[in-house]
Design a binder for this molecule. Structure first.
Ligand SMILES: CC(C)(COP(=O)(O)OP(=O)(O)OC[C@H]1O[C@@H](n2cnc3c(N)ncnc32)[C@H](O)[C@@H]1OP(=O)(O)O)[C@@H](O)C(=O)NCCC(=O)NCCS
Length: 195
């Protein structure tokens, strides 16, 4: 059902955010290190003094009764550390064509540098491919974002051709490298067939 997705990896649980999670989802990627790559509009970036409080909050593990999100916005997932219910990251899936989507994401500062990026991109690929039925899952990043590129490669993504540049939401144009994982053998969950 729309907005009630759940997928687990060895160390993380990904689920649709509820309205209670929304600010924490923004907080996980609002620090300068993440925004250097993500370049969100200023109104989406949580100020530092609120980030700590939000990231110290504890998320509920169970599947939400009602997901949050405007109908046509990219689908968003919150990553939770099931050991302590901390907000560990977020990921997005945006449809490009009926057969292809673009994915992205970020880990909370405390969860970077632990190899969890590969789990994030594996989870988001599996959901996009086996649940939403996208044959191709693409991701773009800056060629110098080594941690992101290595994480994508660990999750089975390979370098593909694409635009040399990318316009970030904040209006900054950055160099871009594109990665893709393709498998024609897709599956669509009956509950999302009419997404
Ligand atoms: C991108 C991101 C998801 C990567 O996840 P991560 O788990 O922190 O990645 P890691 O730091 O474990 O690095 C992954 C790999 O890259 C390597 N790596 C990281 N930085 C490196 C560097 N500067 N030079 C060489 N190798 C590097 C790591 O050693 C690791 O190697 P391994 O696969 O052999 O273990 C995470 O860092 C993040 O959320 N960053 C902020 C937001 C962001 O950049 N999002 C992506 C935007 S497109």
């Amino acid at each position: 059902m729309r907005g009630r997705h759940v997928i687990s990896t060895p160390r993380l649980l990904f689920r649709s955010p509820t309205i209670i999670d929304v600010l924490a989802v923004l907080a996980v990627a609002s620090d300068a290190d993440a925004q250097r790559w993500l370049g969100w509009e200023p109104e989406s970036v949580v100020p530092e003094r609120q980030r700590e409080r939000l990231l110290n909050g504890r998320a509920r593990l169970r599947r939400p009764l009602l997901g949050w999100g405007p109908v046509r916005a990219p689908l968003c997932l919150v990553a939770i550390d099931p050991q302590n219910r901390a907000y560990a990251g977020m990921a997005t899936i945006q449809e490009v064509t009926p057969d292809a989507c673009e994915v992205g994401g970020s880990l909370s500062p405390d969860y970077r540098g632990l190899g969890l990026g590969a789990e994030l991109f594996t989870a988001i690929y599996q959901l996009a491919h086996h649940h939403f039925g996208y044959a191709e899952v693409r991701a773009g990043t800056e060629p110098t974002n080594t941690a992101c590129i290595r994480s994508l490669q660990s999750a089975g993504f390979v370098r593909v051709a694409g635009s040399d540049t990318h316009l970030l939401p904040v209006g900054r144009t950055v160099p871009a490298a594109w990665f893709s994982r393709t498998d024609p053998d897709t599956a669509i969950c009956p509950a999302v067939r009419h997404r």
